[in-house]
Design a protein around this ligand. Structure first.
Ligand SMILES: *Cc1c(COP(=O)(O)O)cnc(C)c1O
Length: 401
């Protein structure tokens, strides 16, 4: 397998210092900035002043530090940080599309993203086609003259399908379409921009920050695109204002330094649990196992050394079985019955009734989202064997096997 990209080393090599030589960059806790000369201020409004800051909705030095690290991680020219993952996704899409344009998206995406596509973009008369993103023929067939964006998640939520980024990238390029990829589930594991995506978006709320103390997002793209979204006249980020607070930028930046270690441990623990699920004959979905339909594709796209990720889904068939199981797992200390992911504790929820509840039940059924699907974000448990035994005791006591 060819060595692809090493996002961990790209981050490790960055040197950023605080005002007094501090090993962490200083926090610029200011909304506005003084100018010695009027001309510099005028130039700044025209986006012509390198290294100058104007107003923190536009750019803030602390946000720039975090953005530079994210750009290094993705291998993109630039990045811009937002107050939420949805802020990153909606800013990107509203920048790329005008009234009358068309978007092709994977039908399985984060619930909020699905709702934005299905309900919100109607306001702007932007048409959206929902496709099975693993069926490249159906993606190709959906392309129209006014298609501006192909949208997907590298590892989709909650079905854990893998998108073929190189092929989608080629298809997009040939048709003058932008490929936008949400890599929230798999930071470091995949480098979508290196594989052919034009823009990579993140909810940093999840693995990247990993502390569940903040909501944040990021857009990683070319300098041209980042300049476009922050343009004072017509930039979506500048005009809709989804900027991240610099105090949060600083705290997230400090957590990124350990992201590669956390991803390795999440992956190691998830692989352990997935293999146990195979052993006990539980219906499971983990892309790291050979029985996953996209396992080989994942291996062809992934970077080395971060594993197959921390997300596993199981299927108990019905919500009536899933509910007591989740409640018992929480009671016995497996982790928390909570949405979200990337925390040091294992988190689990019934996707159909929670993070994908925005997706109508008929469509859930169509995409194969079982009402008994439980999504696990496997934690950083030191004794994963003991944690699995707790899971097993719940399955046994509820007679679910
Ligand atoms: C959580 C999530 C989002 C939304 O991010 P927020 O930070 O909650 O706004 C988008 N995409 C995926 C895959 C997510 O898991």
């Amino acid at each position: 397998m060819a060595k692809k990209y090493d996002p961990a080393t790209a981050i490790q090599r960055i040197e950023q210092f605080g005002e007094f030589g501090g090993v962490n960059p200083s926090i610029t806790d200011s909304a506005t900035y003084t100018f010695l000369e009027e001309k510099t201020m005028i130039d700044a409004f025209h986006g012509e002043t390198e290294g100058c800051f104007l107003y923190s909705r536009h750019w803030n030095p602390t946000n720039k530090y975090l953005s530079d690290v994210l750009a290094a991680m993705e291998g993109t020219e630039s990045a811009w940080v937002t107050g939420s993952g949805m802020g990153a996704i909606t800013t990107t899409l509203l920048q790329l599309c005008n009234t009358g344009d068309h978007i092709i998206t994977s039908v399985t995406t984060y619930g909020g993203t699905y709702a934005f596509f299905a309900n919100y973009l109607k306001k702007f008369n932007i048409e959206v086609s929902f496709v099975n993103i693993t069926d490249l023929e159906s993606v190709k067939k959906a392309i129209k003259p006014n298609t501006k964006v192909i949208y997907t998640e590298t590892m989709t939520n909650p079905m854990l399908q893998i998108s073929n980024i190189p092929e989608l990238g080629k298809m997009a390029k040939e048709n003058n379409i932008k490929l936008v990829v949400d890599n929230t589930f798999t930071p470091m594991i995949f480098s979508p921009a290196k594989l052919g995506a034009d823009i990579v978006v993140y909810s940093m709320t999840k693995f990247i920050n990993g502390k569940n103390d903040a909501v944040a997002g990021a857009i990683c793209a070319s300098t041209e695109f980042i300049n476009d979204i922050s343009n004072v006249n017509d930039g979506t980020a500048m005009l809709l204002g989804p900027v991240l607070d610099p105090l949060r930028s600083s705290s997230i930046l400090k957590n990124i330094g350990t992201l590669h270690i956390r991803m390795q441990k999440h992956s190691e623990n998830a692989m352990y649990i997935a293999k146990k699920f195979v052993e006990i004959g539980l219906k499971h979905n983990y892309p790291g196992l050979q029985d996953h339909p996209d396992h080989i594709l994942m291996k062809s796209m992934m970077n080395e050394g971060f594993g197959f990720g921390g997300m596993i889904a199981i299927d108990l068939g019905t919500a009536e079985k899933a509910t007591p199981f989740m409640e018992m797992m929480q009671e016995r200390g497996v982790g928390y019955h909570a949405v979200s992911l990337g925390y040091f504790k294992t988190l689990f929820s019934n996707s159909g009734r929670s993070t994908s509840s925005e997706v109508p039940v008929e469509i859930q059924a169509e995409m194969g989202l079982s009402p008994g699907l439980i999504r696990f974000s496997v934690g950083l448990d030191h004794d994963i064997e003991a944690s699995f035994q707790l899971v097993k005791s719940c399955l046994d006591d509820l007679k679910l096997l």
